[in-house]
Design a protein around this ligand. Structure first.
Ligand SMILES: [Zn+2]
Length: 286
């Protein structure tokens, strides 16, 4: 799932490449992805792209006249920038991974795609990003929050730190992958309870959040958006590395599985050497 660093890089690429170009036309192939109907996508035609921004994990393409194309890429969505489209034949609704295509006046443009059968990609055309429910409830940006704000937000919600850190209403931008990395860098168990964290632990968590996200943004910006792969992140130390050695201490990275996700962590770095109970497995054993 694209998180803050990948969406930031996509916004940066669009600012560089698409700003100043006019929208030629918009084609919607996956009608279920479009969550608003007024204004219609045709309202974008003829308008110039003036900015591209990020709100948490949402991408916001701003066109003149104050219209915002707001996109949530969900788990398997991505934005592919095309220097040219292969043919002028229109997209066939319901066929293939392309949900929405935006053609610009220089022949370039971008496709919003979604892999797999679970269709969760969401596109909104609004006059104010706050009209998007998911944007309206976002907490402060995880990368921009200073330590007092960060600590106040984390302590405002009692729960396991992994869950609280990925709750977009608490802090926005962090998802499953970067929360694993942040907790590893902060040497905290994913199951530590937020209101029991000491000031020192919260300061370490804040510093780790900025370092991990900042590094990932810089790496992502170094790549061209066409080559940015949401699933192929570089520089991860524990996330998606189950069974491999921790690059910090050499211990084996372990995993806890849930119904539809999993987390990875290093026992030596994060849990005093003790493996966490795998809930799925321990339920079977019981
Ligand atoms: Zn380690």
């Amino acid at each position: 799932m694209p998180e803050l660093p990948e969406v930031e890089a996509l916004a940066g690429y669009l600012r560089e490449r698409a700003v100043g170009r006019r929208v030629d036309r918009v084609e919607v192939a996956a009608i279920s992805a479009l969550k608003t109907y007024d204004p219609a996508p045709s309202a974008l035609s003829g308008r110039a792209v003036v900015d591209a921004r990020r709100h948490g994990k949402f991408l916001d393409v701003v066109v003149d006249g104050g219209l915002h194309l707001v996109v949530h890429l969900a788990r398997a969505g991505w934005l592919h920038y095309r220097e040219a489209f292969p043919a002028t034949t229109p997209l066939r609704p319901g066929k293939g991974p392309v949900a929405l295509r935006v053609r610009l006046d220089d022949g370039s443009g971008f496709d919003l795609t979604e892999a797999g059968t679970q269709k969760k990609l969401a596109v909104y055309l609004v006059t104010d990003p706050a009209q998007v429910p998911g944007v309206a409830k976002l907490g402060p940006d995880a990368l921009g929050a200073d330590l007092p704000t960060f600590a106040e937000r984390l302590r405002s919600r009692r729960g396991q730190v992994k869950g609280v850190l990925t709750d977009q209403a608490v802090l926005s931008g962090v998802g499953n992958a970067y929360s694993d990395e942040i907790l590893h860098a902060a040497k905290l168990s994913p199951f530590a309870i937020t209101d029991r964290l000491t000031d020192d632990q919260l300061a370490a968590l804040h510093a780790a959040t900025r370092a991990v996200l900042g590094d990932a943004v810089r790496r992502s910006l170094g790549q061209r958006a066409a080559e940015l792969k949401g699933e192929k992140r570089s520089g991860l130390k524990v996330h998606a590395r189950t069974g491999l050695p921790c690059p910090v201490c050499g211990d084996t990275v372990r995993e806890v599985s849930f119904a539809d996700s999993s987390l990875q962590y290093c026992p030596t770095c994060q849990t005093g050497g003790k493996p966490l109970a795998d809930r799925r497995l321990s339920r079977l054993v019981r």
